[in-house]
Design a protein around this ligand. Structure first.
Ligand SMILES: [Zn+2]
Length: 327
């Protein structure tokens, strides 16, 4: 199967682009985060992503080709199947089979392997070629167990309230914020949400994702409640003007000790919608590819780790093949 990388993956004979940054005639969009979205003429995506693209970016319905998870569709001699990627609601990996040769490719998009309260559980399939996201591709990026992360989150909320401060939990409006709200609801912790989060939560619920009903924040945080807001809201006067609050940023980057300073929050809790290093390696074991290409983040480092483990693995940007010929 022939493909090239040029700000997106172009599977040339199929005529499809995978998560291209610029507008293309036919593209697969893995999920509804803005860095993966452009105004393509035809977009192949999961039904939940289609709904989010329509609500969030006003992409017309007639441009959206909805392919439910696990169903297969043949287009121009290639067979497509979408698999849940567990990153945010609707996020998908794409499995492509070239029918003439039988060659297979799995492109992960952003993904995680851990179960989520707000996204579908990940499923992957074996493929000859694996193109994988490698955000946390360094060995020190190891997340604590999920229960420990949730306990830390609840502990922060309860201790803030006990000390007379309103807890503010910071997470991106689509994905992280719904995960936080599902965790709080599961532990009967009341909360209100910033308006962009309410809009995205309604959109996810309308698309069939089970989530607690969001209640809009009205400029004051009721006693005993937490506020969920996007990180950039921490600069707004509506929040900086609040008298007594303490904030926690929820991000995988909290695995770096300096994260709380970077986000200007009181504390940082490592709740991530990306795979940590051990799960990046676990994905490779599950997919059993002959060839691996790494994309985003620590691409060269992860590819080198995989080569040391006996795989043929390269950064998709090609910047490590030179390194090898020097080595
Ligand atoms: Zn994403």
């Amino acid at each position: 199967m022939k493909w090239v990388y040029s700000k997106g993956i172009h599977v040339t004979d199929a005529g499809i682009w995978l998560d291209p940054q610029r507008s293309k005639p036919f593209a697969f969009v893995s999920h509804a985060h803005s860095d993966h979205v452009a105004r393509h003429q035809q977009i192949l995506c999961s039904p939940v992503t289609a709904h989010l693209l329509h609500v969030r970016y006003r992409i017309a319905q007639d441009r959206l080709i909805k392919l439910p998870f696990f169903e297969t569709r043949e287009i121009n001699g290639f067979l497509y199947q979408l698999l849940p990627a567990g990153h945010i609601a609707g996020s998908a990996m794409i499995h492509i089979t070239e029918l003439s040769s039988g060659a297979t490719l799995l492109y992960t998009g952003d993904y995680k392997l851990r179960p989520s309260r707000a996204a579908e559980n990940t499923v992957c399939l074996p493929a000859d070629t694996l193109i994988m996201e490698s955000t946390f591709g360094l060995p020190h990026y190891v997340l604590p167990p999920a229960e420990e992360i949730e306990a830390k989150l609840l502990d922060f909320v309860r201790k803030s309230i006990e000390s007379g401060k309103s807890p503010i939990l910071l997470g991106y409006s689509l994905g992280k914020a719904q995960e936080i709200s599902a965790i709080l609801a599961a532990h009967q912790q009341p909360f209100v949400v910033y308006h962009t989060i309410a809009a995205m939560t309604h959109a996810c619920r309308d698309a069939g994702i089970e989530l607690p009903i969001p209640f809009d924040w009205k400029g004051e945080i009721p006693a005993g409640y937490a506020l969920i807001a996007p990180p950039q809201a921490l600069r707004e006067p509506a929040i900086t003007g609040l008298k007594n609050y303490s904030s926690a940023i929820l991000t995988g980057w909290a695995m770096d000790p300096s994260a709380k300073y970077r986000y200007r929050s009181s504390t940082a809790i490592p709740l991530s919608d990306h795979a940590d290093f051990p799960d990046l390696l676990r994905l490779v074991d599950l997919v059993k590819p002959k060839k691996i290409f790494t994309l985003h983040g620590s691409t060269r480092e992860l590819a080198a780790t995989l080569r040391a483990r006996g795989h043929e693995a390269w950064s998709i940007y090609g910047d490590d093949q030179l390194e090898l010929s020097f080595g």
